[in-house]
Write a protein that binds this ligand. Structure first.
Ligand code: BMP
Length: 205
């Protein structure tokens, strides 16, 4: 059965990141590359990871439409298959990034407690807008699994869900609530045997 795990490669050392990524090749649906690797090594690091599998770049783009579109183009040119943007910046940003990203993923609601300060009150509107702007998926939290089903129903889109493991969310519950993919980082990258850890997670479904 295909893996539904997206490995968050929040590892600051390139060799370590590539070693982990290589060791779980075939056991993950995609690799998520974010600020830790990009800031240390530049955008070319995307290509290094893309040589091993599908890459989703997560810098949660949140700029004006024109700048956001150009950022998405740069990431796509370097091998990103998916790009994650913040939903709260609005429809025009979604629309412009859509033009350059092969797959567009929109953060509707976040997994950390501060989500409640600003984002949660807009998350359902963001989910609806992501659908209207033909995003490929939304990001919704495994730390509040009930929100996965609500936001999935509203958007009708694939749900990528972070927060399993280290942040307290349950893999099984997130899947039961409709998460299509689980974005998981430290639980796997800090494990002594990343591949075994993934097998354990996948056996819960
Ligand atoms: P970890 O499994 O180590 O907690 O990592 C979760 C990953 O998901 C991180 O890369 C983080 O940037 C991302 N993420 C998150 O944790 N919560 C969100 O709401 C959105 C995210 O992209």
């Amino acid at each position: 059965m295909e893996s539904n795990i997206i490995l968050a490669l929040d590892v600051e050392d390139r060799e370590k990141a590539l070693k982990i990524a290589g060791s779980v090749s075939g056991y993950v649906a995609a690799y998520k590359v974010g600020y830790p690797l990009l800031l240390n090594y530049g955008v070319e690091v995307i290509r290094d990871v893309a040589n091993l599998g599908t890459v989703i770049v997560d810098i949660k783009i949140a700029d004006i439409p024109d700048v956001s579109r150009n950022i998405a183009r740069i990431l796509t040119d370097r091998g990103a298959t998916g790009v994650i943007i913040q939903g709260f910046v609005g429809r025009d940003v979604m629309r412009e990034v859509r033009k350059e990203a092969k797959n567009l993923y929109v953060v509707a609601e976040m997994s950390h407690p501060g989500n409640a300060d600003f984002i949660s009150e807009s998350s359902e509107k963001i989910a609806m807008m992501a659908k209207e702007e033909k995003a490929d998926g939304i990001v919704a939290p495994a730390t509040h699994p009930e929100r996965i089903s609500v936001l999935k129903r509203i958007s009708g889109l694939k749900v990528l869900s972070p927060g399993v493991g280290t942040q307290g969310g349950s893999y099984k519950e997130a899947v039961e609530r409709g998460a299509d993919y689980l974005i998981i980082g430290r639980t796997i990258t800090m494990s002594s045997d990343p591949k075994q850890k993934i097998k354990e997670l996948l056996s819960q479904r």
